[in-house]
Write a protein that binds this ligand. Sequence first.
Ligand SMILES: *[C@@H]1O[C@H](CO)[C@@H](O)[C@H](O)[C@H]1NC(C)=O
Ligand SMILES: *[C@@H]1O[C@H](CO)[C@@H](O)[C@H](O)[C@H]1NC(C)=O
Ligand SMILES: *[C@@H]1O[C@H](CO)[C@@H](O)[C@H](O)[C@H]1NC(C)=O
Ligand SMILES: *[C@@H]1O[C@H](CO)[C@@H](O)[C@H](O)[C@H]1NC(C)=O
Length: 499
Amino acid sequence: MQNWKSLVVLFLLWRQIIAENIQNPLNNEGKQLYSSSNAGLLKLLQLEQRFMENIKIYTNKLTEKVKNLQAFIDSVDYRANETFEDREKYVSNPLNAFSLLRRTHEDLPKWHNYTQQMVGMEELYALEEIAVKAPDEEDMNYSLQGMHRLEKIYGLEATDLARGRIQDRKYDVKMSARDCFALGEHKYQKEDYQRASMWFRMALKHKPEENAKLVNEILGDMKDKLRKHYAASIIIFGLVKSDPTLTIAKSRAIAFEALGKATLTDLKTLITELLKQSDEEIVREMNINGTAPSDYELGCRGLLPKRKNLYCSYDSSTTPFLRIAPTKQEIISLDPYIVMHHEVLYNNEIAELKLHAQNKIKVTNENRMKIDSLRRRMINRITDITGVGFQITHELHMPDYDLKSYYKPNRDYAYWGGPKVTLLFFASDVEGGATVFTKSKVSVFPRKGSSLFWYNLLDDGTPDRRSVQAECPVLKGNKWVFTKWIKEINSQCTHRTKS
Ligand SMILES: *[C@@H]1O[C@H](CO)[C@@H](O)[C@H](O)[C@H]1NC(C)=O
Ligand SMILES: *[C@@H]1O[C@H](CO)[C@@H](O)[C@H](O)[C@H]1NC(C)=O
Ligand SMILES: *[C@@H]1O[C@H](CO)[C@@H](O)[C@H](O)[C@H]1NC(C)=O
Ligand SMILES: *[C@@H]1O[C@H](CO)[C@@H](O)[C@H](O)[C@H]1NC(C)=O
């Protein structure tokens, strides 16, 4: 037995990625991206809603002014005197002459004044203020990158996504032609010509937008670029597929040369032919001899082979407490030892911790005592479950995941010199978002109220490569996780000395 093992030296490392307030993770320059968290996306939704509200009020005010001007026109009942005789007859009448003079002297400047008055200045200022807060290119890139990761990791097809289908579920979401085009362009830039072509295909399949002429004037017309890039990506993909010795650069050169010679009619004919094929057919053809998914991707999809001879049991042996209140434990893997405990966090506790993590609880002594007592309860429970005790600290590691985020706890590994044990607490149910132990080929899907426990180090203190893990992006929902890194543990209390 090594020396340290006889000591009960416990360091609990709670790390708080998002200090104080869970807001969007920061980028390199400390700027907050909308696209990197649900909190950020909610802000963005609010921004868009405010923009639309202001546009509506502005439009109403413009309509009001148009109505007023129309009323003025109607009230004057103006008719132009067409012939010279008409005009002369009109002005030769002294009553007309007076009226004309009065109208043009008194009323005309005032109506002029009225037309000059800016309508909806307040809203125009508001719109300007909102517009400068719109997401920038970096945010857009992050979002595109997130979509790309989802598609790749889960093997999702543009033909499904564009129609609101994510894996086996159908959502009431339809992506616009411009959405599809932007995704295609991103993949085109990244030289993923297969996925690019599928998104371009979906963009081309859209009916023309309503008011296409007007919309194109304001948003730009993507039609020419869309056709060219669709044809180019199909040709490049086909060339590389049929002759794997061809480099991308060479294939691109060939494709552009061919497209340079083609007329618009040629291009349209090619596209019409391609669109005649069914989506299923083209998806199947494109995926023939594609690259096989990695273990990580298989893990995220829940497709790694199931481990045999593992069991689910009620643990009532670790500590005296468990003899009274056994926990449901599920051994995920014996070697390395990875175990999941179910029903260890209660819904009311999760709700309280979330509020706290989001800074939605007023800082008062009473509230601080409440949360401290909750932490103590949690920590006692963890001690009971794992046989490991640790200090109470005031920080929570609780990042706010969004649909696309992708978080690699191993990043922090080197920084901390390697925690001995990692404990994850799942505080929400989501789709996707598995934790994959790539070397051990097991994956664990989050379950609200459950915890996951594994060792990062071997007995000699060197990293256990089998416990290298990575998180999968979330397909739907908010992933809430508490993470604890325990630097050193009292091994007498763990399963290792029990056996
Ligand atoms: C000439 O124009 C005035 C003012 O617009 C109108 O009141 C008048 O009836 C017109 N005269 C004829 C003969 O149309
Ligand atoms: C124009 O309208 C504004 C606002 O009603 C008023 O304050 C101003 O005196 C007007 N100017 C003229 C030349 O009538
Ligand atoms: C966004 O991505 C594009 C293409 O990948 C790149 O050229 C551009 O520099 C990126 N912009 C920012 C701000 O990261
Ligand atoms: C797929 O790969 C097999 C074996 O490498 C090869 O014989 C076949 O021609 C390929 N099919 C296509 C469509 O590239």
